[in-house]
Design a protein around this ligand. Sequence first.
Ligand code: NOJ
Length: 543
Amino acid sequence: MTKRILQWWQSGIIYHIYPRSFQDGNGDGIGDLTGIISRLDYLSHTLGIDALWLSPIYPSPMADFGYDIADYRDVDPIFGALDTFDLLVREAHQRNLKVIIDYVPNHTSDQHKWFGESRSSRTAAKRNWYVWADPQEDGTPPNNWLSVFGGPAWSWDAATEQYYLHSFLSSMPDLNWRNPAVQHAMFEVVRFWLDRGVDGLRIDTAHYIMKDHAMRDNPSNQIVHTTFHKSFGAYDTQLHLYDKGDADVHNVFRDLRHLLDSYGQEQPRIALGEIHIFDVPTWASYYGEQLDELHMPCNFGLLNTPWQAQAIRQAVDTLESTIPACAWPNYVLGNHDEHRIATRIGAAQARVGMLLLLTLRGTPTLYYGDELGMENVPIAPEHERDPWGIHMPGLGLGRDPERTPMQWEASPHAGFCHAEVAPWLPVAANATTMNVATQLEDPQSFLSLTRKLIDLRRSSLALSGGSYRALESTSTNCFVYMRETADERWIVALNTGTQDQILNVTCAGDASIILSTYLDRQEHVDLATLALRGNEGGLIQLT
Ligand code: NOJ
């Protein structure tokens, strides 16, 4: 049973903002920092989250909407300026909100001055800041590595007659982290932002930074995916053994942790890592053997799990039994790279998903708009903006549908931007009814559910930090678990099916259902005979 005091990143809820899409503050149809500042009261008071994570806000040609960075030490004018960022940090901190920024170490934009210098000649001082290699004898790329966004991971530079590596777009060259000068420069970037008061980093494609020293070919992949895992087309034909995740990456993360820890332990600065690895022990190794690497590798396990009670239970139990002792779990049900949870599993089950996310043991990350049940917005191919969808058509990889403007109110463009400007992506047709203002008025709305759950989690040590254990139910459509401390016991029961289910759980104590995902009942219950309706989740207190 957990008794220790949790730190902010363990007890708190992280809210992920895609800055282009949250709130336009300057009338150009694109979200910005001023817009985010104007919504901080919503985040801290109305919703009650603890930390914001902002997708990249750096100067960028926006080939990958900010993940292609041209300057690590500034803010793109689309989003504001450094002093707007400083104001955001101050205003957030005044409201007890932490600020986590996206840190993108694997690649820069080809417009970054480092790359300009690097590609200027083979003898340039910064040549080895990126990964350059000679062609094979027949002129083809140095090895078989592929870009996630389609085609080879190598592009030919005619001027200097070598290939450079890019794990994503050809305009996003990979930095060479085996060069100590790169590590030094990138750690100085970290200091730059920590000194401005930033509380944490979400490290983009964190394990990609270290590749095989010998740059061996990847072997072909014979494994047929049987889960919800997305198909990445040709990229899936290889086992990505050598183009990312080399064991040397752990040295970098140990050094980074050391840097973060040097800012003190009272209000720790944290590192979350985007580690898309679905082998749980390998993924868990990013906590570090001595818990001295990432505070939390982001756990995408539930995105890759069929929405079925026993599969979800297995994913959670596997995580709980695999992570090192004292490592802190975390869960994600949506982000800017994944189709909206309400679209993936349906509106009714999305409410069950919210109960799950906010009652599991571990830090939840909530994607903006998921608190309302926002859905994917269909984007016609001719209006597609996302390079992934454009470069690899027909695979459903485009990410525009989950990046559409936040739905604030029933007014034109849902209050995201002025009526007379066009938002950068279309606002959902259902925004006239599915929006913050409307849902705040409706005691049974999705937002009311999210707010109640956040409130319960914040006020209960058992829900925010208590132990977790799965309970046996005779219904295979139900996932039932206990969250408890010495003083409090809660049972969470999720029916992932559409039919009524009798839980038939054996547990001593007096049970009351405190919250149903339908927000229509609070009553004493008998756990042996309790029935959950189709698509219902229940939060039950035991006394
Ligand atoms: C992962 C990010 O989440 C995604 O949005 C981006 O396109 C790639 N990394 C490349 O930076």
